[in-house]
Design a protein around this ligand. Structure first.
Ligand code: ZN
Length: 138
């Protein structure tokens, strides 16, 4: 069995942002040489998510507005996180959008439905954040 590990780094200039990383994951699969297997993709941080959904700008704005309604950033005084941290909303948004995705690799490619795309979602940006890609298979 082959095993391959890669890290991607993102520095989103705003507090929140959504990046389609499907091509990065597909590139890692190619580098791995794995034809049949699985790929795991997860942020190595607890204030960001990796999720699969449609690459449609309206929907991405809908996700962002929904998250901000459920866990508004301000006022930060509404949260108790460590008594001083200003990113409690980012922890909660990440929990709502999930931690990781696991995808099938068939014939060296992501075995996806028509509209499936992998996104990195940042909820506490303006600094380097890492995403782990782990591939196993043959
Ligand atoms: Zn925190």
């Amino acid at each position: 069995m082959k095993s391959y590990r890669k890290e991607l780094t993102f520095n989103i200039p705003d507090r929140r942002g959504y990046v389609n990383i499907t091509a990065d994951v597909q590139a890692a699969i190619k580098e791995s040489g794995v034809k049949e297997g699985m790929v795991l993709v997860n942020p190595m941080h607890i204030t960001a998510s990796v999720y699969i959904n449609d690459h449609e700008e309206g929907l991405i704005k809908d996700f962002d507005e929904w998250l901000e309604k459920l866990a508004p950033h301000a006022p930060v005084s509404q949260y108790r996180h460590n008594g001083y941290e200003d990113n409690a909303d980012a922890h909660i948004k990440r929990q709502l959008m999930g931690r990781e995705v696991v995808c099938a690799i068939t014939n060296g490619k992501l075995d996806f439905g028509t509209w499936e795309q992998i996104f990195y979602a940042e909820f506490d940006g303006k600094r380097d954040k890492r995403v782990l890609i782990k591939i196993i298979g043959e």
